[in-house]
Ligand binder design. Structure first.
Ligand code: G3P
Length: 217
């Protein structure tokens, strides 16, 4: 299972990279704006910086919603670094653009996926990754994890190579549940990833080991 961090915050990216378990980064226009990165020039510069910080795939999202615009922006993004994965919205034009990039051997990530049908189309178009947004489904009282299970079944039925990238992961249990369901990748905030480390019995056990060591020395 791959771990991506879902942020444009350089400090958090560095911290996750230093942990030694990071396989890539996903961003989106909202995450860029959250870090105050605005304007095409600055966004491009930020993508380059992220690529220099990590080993692995870096998803960079197009803003265009028409085929020609997506192709133009996607080609510009892909030219920045071989680590770049062109992130495309789940629209009719996005599927066409996905097929275009897949045929050219450029990696793609179909984003804003909320149904099994959308995920099936993404795989047919040769997407490298498909991003079902589980947290946002949970937000509207729908079972986000159920969608991961559905996509897993469909992809396994036909041996589709598209990787299921569980996105909009909000907390640590989402990561565990996605792992149980066979998601290929999770992308989430650093806090959710670091939550995997914690167990009170680990802390209690370590405190006791250290105290006992001190007694004997
Ligand atoms: O990976 C997609 C993600 O950035 C969306 O997360 O929490 O805004 O639904 P969220």
């Amino acid at each position: 299972m791959k771990f991506f961090i879902d942020t444009a915050n350089l400090e958090q990216i560095k911290e996750a990279q230093a942990l030694g378990i990071l396989d890539g980064v996903t961003t989106n226009p909202s995450l860029m704006a959250k870090e105050g990165i605005t304007g095409v020039h600055n966004i491009i510069k930020h993508y380059k910086t992220i690529c220099d910080l990590v080993i692995g795939d870096v998803s960079a999202e197009v803003i265009a919603t028409d085929f020609e615009g997506m192709v133009k922006q996607g080609e510009e993004l892909a030219a920045l670094n071989p680590q770049i994965v062109v992130k495309l919205p789940m629209l009719k034009e996005g599927i066409k653009a996905c097929k275009y990039f897949s045929d050219k051997g450029i990696k793609t990530n179909m984003t804003l996926v909320f149904s099994a049908g959308q995920a099936l189309l993404a795989a047919k178009a040769g997407a490298t990754y498909v991003s079902p947004f589980i947290g946002r489904l949970d937000d509207i009282s729908t079972d986000g994890l159920h969608l991961i299970a559905e996509i897993r079944q469909i992809y396994d039925n036909y041996n589709f190579q598209t990787e299921i990238l569980a996105a909009s992961v909000r907390h640590t249990m989402h990561i565990i549940d996605c792992a149980k369901l066979g998601a290929d990748v999770i992308t989430g905030p650093l806090k959710a990833i670091e939550g995997l480390l914690s167990h009170p019995l680990t802390d209690i056990g370590l405190a006791k080991f250290l105290a006992d060591f001190k007694k004997g020395n």
